[in-house]
Design a protein around this ligand. Structure first.
Ligand code: COA
Length: 260
């Protein structure tokens, strides 16, 4: 097994980025945050990458949170920088312009759940446990967790999870809309990989436009969101992929999207 902090592997147009600190349940120290930021910058810049899967190595955890060993020694000024670095990573993922799927086996806690919430889709194994337990450390989530959880599940559930700090199981997380789907553990890799492959085969410009419309739309008023959507819709008509997609439908054949 490699001792690299991240394991990065391309399967066709799908890039898998795996955190590789299984002995620490993939806890996010500063080095891991910086490595992830560089890895997502590289994925954004590489046109051959059309979808990303983010996961943790080992069976026990996706990510069990920010590294508490590092947190305990931070001054307030260092804590501000740490929080900002984490938030910068989450924004990088959210605004990647390519779909990112979090594969959640085991624990997704604290910064781990914040990382998963910055991804566009979350698929959980049936044994996954999700939570924001920072209150138990005398803290609150600092990588955007209060804000993204509120937007994903609404105020009542967000307050329950952050004030109580107790993790929930995958089934409850699915009911709340915190994960998209729960699958049997031995089917998890296969399901995520099939989903990622389907997304990687889609028209990249349209994928990017959908991601931006929905993410921007969550932050602005309806009229602004509708204006953004119309502009994005119109720009699709300048792509070869839109011509190919509509023609392929009319010719009753599968489309071949080129990314142009
Ligand atoms: N930061 C740093 N190290 C962590 C960690 C974290 N967030 N979560 C787990 N680890 C380390 C443990 O210290 C332990 O290391 P060690 O073997 O060198 O002592 C190793 O990972 C395994 O964890 P352990 O606690 O022994 O596993 P467990 O199965 O008994 O418990 C958890 C699993 C997830 C319940 C428990 O590790 C835990 O509560 N982690 C912290 C969760 C948290 O508060 N996250 C939010 C941080 S802001």
């Amino acid at each position: 097994m490699s001792d690299a902090l991240l394991l990065i592997e391309d399967r066709g147009a799908v890039r898998q980025i795996a955190l590789n600190r299984p002995d620490k349940l993939n806890a996010l120290n500063r080095a891991a945050l910086e490595a992830l930021l560089s890895a997502f910058d590289a994925a954004a810049a590489d046109d051959a990458v059309r979808a990303v899967v983010l996961r943790g190595m080992g069976e026990k955890a996706f990510v069990a949170g920010a590294d508490i060993g590092e947190l305990t020694a931070l001054s307030p000024v260092q804590a501000l920088a740490f929080s900002r670095l984490g938030q910068q990573l989450m924004l990088r993922i959210e605004h990647l312009g390519k779909p990112v799927i979090a594969l959640l086996q085991g624990f997704a806690l604290g910064g781990g759940l914040e990382l998963a919430m910055a991804c566009h889709l979350r698929i959980a194994g049936e044994k996954a446990k999700l939570g924001l337990p920072e209150i138990k450390l005398g803290l609150l989530p600092g990588f955007g967790g209060t804000q993204r959880l509120l937007r994903l599940v609404g105020r009542a559930a967000a307050l329950e999870l952050t004030l109580g700090g107790e993790p929930i199981d995958a089934t409850r997380a699915e009911r709340l809309g915190l994960v998209n789907r729960v699958v049997a553990r031995d089917a998890l890799e296969g399901e995520v990989s099939a989903l990622a492959q389907r997304l990687a085969n889609a028209a990249p410009h349209a994928l990017r436009a959908i991601l931006h419309s929905i993410i921007v739309g969550g932050e602005c008023g309806l009229q602004q969101g509708l204006d953004y959507e119309s502009q994005a819709f119109a720009v699709c008509f300048s792509t070869e992929d839109m011509r190919e997609g509509t023609r392929a439908f009319l010719e009753r054949r599968p489309p071949q999207f080129s990314g142009r």
